[in-house]
Structure formats: C-alpha cells, structure tokens
Design a protein. Structure first.
Length: 387
C-alpha cells in the first residue's frame, strides 16, 4: 500500500490525499458474490473445489478544502481495479461532507457535519480515506459497514477535554439514503473484504430461489442499491466516546434506519437497528489491542405473519492484536459472526462462522506541501474532532 498527501492547515488551501493498493491473490472457493455467486470473498473461482489466481487494485483520492480556519469540505472517491464482469461500478464517490467545529471554551467545542459519511464507530478503519493500517482484509463487521452503511444527513457533537487530557464526545444525527441497509446481510450473509461502495451503484444479490420469477420476492430488482432513499422516513444515530491519548479509546453507538419495510420501485426499505461497542487499548509504545462488536435486527415485508417477509437477528465482532514500528506492522485478528432466522419463510437465513487473519503490511507514505501564505494569522486550532 502506498499513501501520498499534499497538506497544509491554512484557510483557503486544498489538501490532496491518495492511497494506491494492489495485491495478487490465489483463492479457492465458489464464485464471488460480486459476480452474482454465493462466494463470500471479493474474489472467487468456479466452485468450492476450484482455485484461481488473480490481481486486484484500488486507487483512492481525497480532497480537503478549508475555506476558512474552521470550515472543512471533504470528498473521497475511489477507482476499483476489478474485472468488467463484476457487479457495481468501477469507480465513484465514497464520502462528501462539510464540517464546522466551533470552539465554545478552551476545553469545550461543538462539531457539525453535513453530507454523506461513514459513522465514526470503527476502531479498525482509522487510516486516511477510511483505510485500515492493520490488515488488508477488513473484519466482517467493518466490511459490512463499507458495503452497506453510509449516513447522509446532519450530525451534531459536543466534545469536552478534561484537565487530565481525557476526551469525551457525545453526538447524534438524522440521516436518509440508507433504506436498503440489511439486504446484503440477510440475502447474502457476512463477508470479508475491503471494497467501499460508492454513491449510486447497484451491487449484485445471490441467485436465491425466493428472488426468482413468480417467487416471494420476485419484485426485488436484480441488485441492491446501498445508498438510496425509498420511504422518506429519516433514520437516526446516537454515539458516545471516551478516549485518553496513548492509553485507551471506548466507543458506543446505536443506529435505527426506521425503514417502513415496504417495496419501493423494486427495492425494499429495510427496518434495521443495532448497537455497536468497541475498545482500543494501547499496550506500550508498540502494541495495540482492539475489540469491536455489533448486535441488532433487520427485516422487511409485513411485520406480522401472513405474507413474504424477512426478519433476522445478527451479531458480529472481532478481536485484533497489533504490533508496529516504523513502516512495519504485524497484526492478527479473530472474527466471529452469526445470523438467526426469525421469519421461517423462504430460504433459511441463519448462519454462523469464524475467521482468522494475519497480516504484515508495510505502508509507504509520500508527503508534499504546496501552500500559499495565509491571508491572516492563524487562530488557535479547536480541539480535534476525533477519528
């Protein structure tokens, strides 16, 4: 992985970030879900006993513009180096938002964010442009976030720093354009990957019998649009965070899409709600221990028996241990996930699984600064808004 940036912190300047990731792979397993198969990885062969070798890459570009000392405008796009036979788009917009963090006192500040953005719950994806410094493949939980979860709306936060440098953050937000959250989780299941969905793209669904002509969900379009507004009902999220520099970071959040469970122009509005919790411990200058989990429910169709519906209870989590020094980092992660079928109709939706990952990536960073003189002396920077 190669990271590059051109940065400055003055009003009116434009910061450019870039991440180039490439990999060669050998994989044995079923056809990938990205080609409409049942495979759970971004790559796959023709069947469970078949294998293949392939290459894949991504180019991420981020732009950050500071029209004033406090305002920040951020945009993040990606180009996917994938075969043309894959579903989805080969590139597009991942995030785009404006942020304003006014300072109330030297220890207290606010932060307002409006646009399309990832929820700030992941302890794993803390690198530039929502990358992970730990492993090439994300945890099952954050893979799902990357594929199906994006908040489009307004978020407001209160941040306070104690005299011991402890930092507390409480925020809440309302959002839309996430009505299909749960479709991939219920109809495909959990997966492990690193693909970030883009605004407006449609992702494949597996060839389930219930999605076929004349079946229970025949009116569902061939794919699912992860970032889409269907029922005009806003969802909401609440989150709390405590952190101490070089020691610990604890986060808890709750999200509810408030979907009406109905069909809208070939897409269902899923009613999805879940709680996430995570903790990061700094074990000396080189070691980090991360644990993160989520539990909740998702469903669509009539909420009571009498018609085709999907109701699913899910949970997922991981524990990650990492050692880093200089450009090198060694990490190992254990994942667990489970779906419990609550509807008893159509195909059974239950599944459970575990996964182990080990990684020894080296990250190479290039930085350049091209700045013009500020039009006025900079004012003190407000308290950081957090990762």
């Amino acid at each position: 992985m190669v990271c590059g940036s051109a940065r400055s912190g003055h009003a009116g300047d434009l910061d450019v970030q870039g991440v180039v990731a490439g990999r060669g792979l050998w994989v044995q397993g079923q056809e990938t879900w990205l080609r409409g198969g049942f495979g759970r990885l971004p790559e796959g062969a023709g069947g469970a006993a078949e294998s293949t070798a392939t290459v894949r890459g991504q180019v991420h570009v981020g732009l950050e513009w500071r029209p004033s000392e406090l305002w920040l405008v951020h945009a993040h796009g990606v180009v996917q180096g994938e075969p043309a036979s894959y579903g989805g788009r080969r590139g597009g917009l991942v995030e785009a938002f404006a942020q304003f963090p006014p300072e109330l006192t030297p220890r207290t500040s606010l932060r307002f964010r409006v646009g399309t953005f990832f929820p700030q719950t992941s302890l794993e994806n803390v690198g530039p442009l929502w990358q992970s410094p730990y492993t090439l493949t994300l945890s099952a939980l954050n893979t799902w976030t990357a594929e199906e979860l994006r908040l489009t709306g307004l978020e407001a936060a209160v941040l306070w720093k104690s005299d011991r440098d402890d930092r507390f953050e409480v925020d809440g937000g309302v959002f839309g354009l996430d009505d299909t959250l749960g479709a991939l989780l219920a109809w495909r299941g959990w997966t492990l990957g690193d693909r970030l969905s883009t605004v407006g793209e449609t992702l494949p669904l597996p060839p389930l019998t219930s999605l076929g002509p004349g079946r229970a969900f025949a009116e569902q379009q061939p794919g699912t649009r992860p970032i889409d507004e269907l029922d005009r009902r806003p969802g909401w999220q609440a989150r709390a965070r405590w952190s101490r520099p070089r020691a610990a970071d604890v986060r808890v959040a709750y999200l509810d899409t408030r979907g009406d469970r109905r069909l809208h122009s070939g897409q269902y509005a899923w009613d999805t709600s879940f709680t996430t919790a995570g903790v990061e411990l700094r074990l000396g200058p080189s070691w980090r221990l991360l644990a993160e989990g989520a539990a909740g429910d998702t469903g669509m169709g009539p909420a009571v028996p009498g018609g085709p519906r999907v109701d699913l209870r899910f949970r997922a989590g991981y524990v990650l241990l990492s050692w880093g020094r200089g450009k090198w980092r060694l990490s190992t992660r254990v994942d667990g996930f489970r779906n419990r079928d609550l509807d008893g109709t159509a195909e059974p939706g239950q599944e459970s699984g575990r996964a182990w990952s080990g990684s020894a990536p080296s990250t190479w960073t290039s930085a350049r600064s091209a700045r013009r003189p500020p039009i006025r002396p900079p004012i003190p920077t407000p308290m950081p808004a957090g990762a």
